[in-house]
Design a binder for this molecule. Structure first.
Ligand code: NI
Length: 254
């Protein structure tokens, strides 16, 4: 009798564990995969990712461009769909692509800094940091005539020095399909669509034709599920979350 009761309790426990593992929050281990600060951002605990939602706001973000052959095609596809995205640019690629950078700005996309030559920013002294971030900011300012840019540090690597020297809000991401890895558009699209939630920031790279293709396909599928695409700034404004210089932002879950 006692043994039966014990094995019954064990079966219930195992069933509960299996159920827990099958639930979407089990995937929140992905926070640890983000090479930044862990689940606490600026002293505020990051909530577990909610379950995939039907509809909501999503920010598509693109790093490592501009690259003429791929970024232009992406801008065409976004324009056809009336979608605004956010681009984190590499400074040394700006002088040869000023028309593309102006086009992004004119067409309502948001622009950010992704360093001058994709250098990891943690541990840099003031001079080296300025050569990566301030130099890129000046290039953008000279090209666009304004100084309104976010920062995305390469590899999502942030430390107190990066926060102190950023001079603008720091934007990371919540969905990373690792589009640079197998460059398989079907897998990238599935990863995005299967994980998309209201308030997510999706990381892609507009330097690969496969990522451009995947971004546009994912956008079409998510729109049919009721998602709207906004810039990072629009996403946080919609959630009444102020973006402050030197603070890190990964999601804008409702
Ligand atoms: Ni990058």
């Amino acid at each position: 009798m006692e043994r039966g009761a014990r094995s019954g309790r064990r079966r219930v426990l195992l069933a509960a564990l299996a159920l827990w593992a099958a639930m979407p929050w089990a995937a929140c281990v992905c926070w640890e995969a983000i090479p930044a600060d862990g689940p606490v951002v600026d002293g505020v605990e990051v909530p577990d990712a909610p379950a995939p939602s039907a509809g909501g706001l999503i920010a598509l973000t693109f790093d490592d461009g501009p690259r003429r052959s791929t970024t232009a095609a992406l801008l065409d596809g976004l324009a056809e769909r009336g979608i605004h995205a956010t681009f984190f640019l590499i400074g040394r690629q700006i002088p040869n692509n000023m028309d593309l950078v102006r086009r992004m700005d004119e067409e309502g996309h948001q622009i950010g800094i992704h360093t001058y030559d994709h250098t990891q920013l943690t541990g840099l002294n003031r001079g080296d940091f300025a050569a990566q971030v301030d130099r890129t900011r000046t290039l953008l300012q000279d090209t666009l005539g304004h100084n309104h840019f976010l920062l995305r540090p390469p590899y999502g690597a942030v430390d107190p020095g990066v926060r102190a020297m950023a001079g603008c809000p720091i934007v990371l991401w919540s969905i990373d399909p690792e589009d640079w890895d197998d460059k398989d558009p079907a897998r990238i699209v599935d990863h995005i669509v299967d994980n998309a939630k209201d308030g997510d920031i999706i990381l892609l790279h507009d330097i690969y034709p496969t990522s451009v293709e995947a971004a546009l396909q994912a956008a079409d599928r998510l729109r049919r599920r009721g998602f709207y695409f906004v810039t990072v700034e629009e996403l946080f404004a919609a959630r009444h979350i102020p973006l402050e210089d030197g603070h890190c932002y990964r999601t804008a879950y409702p």
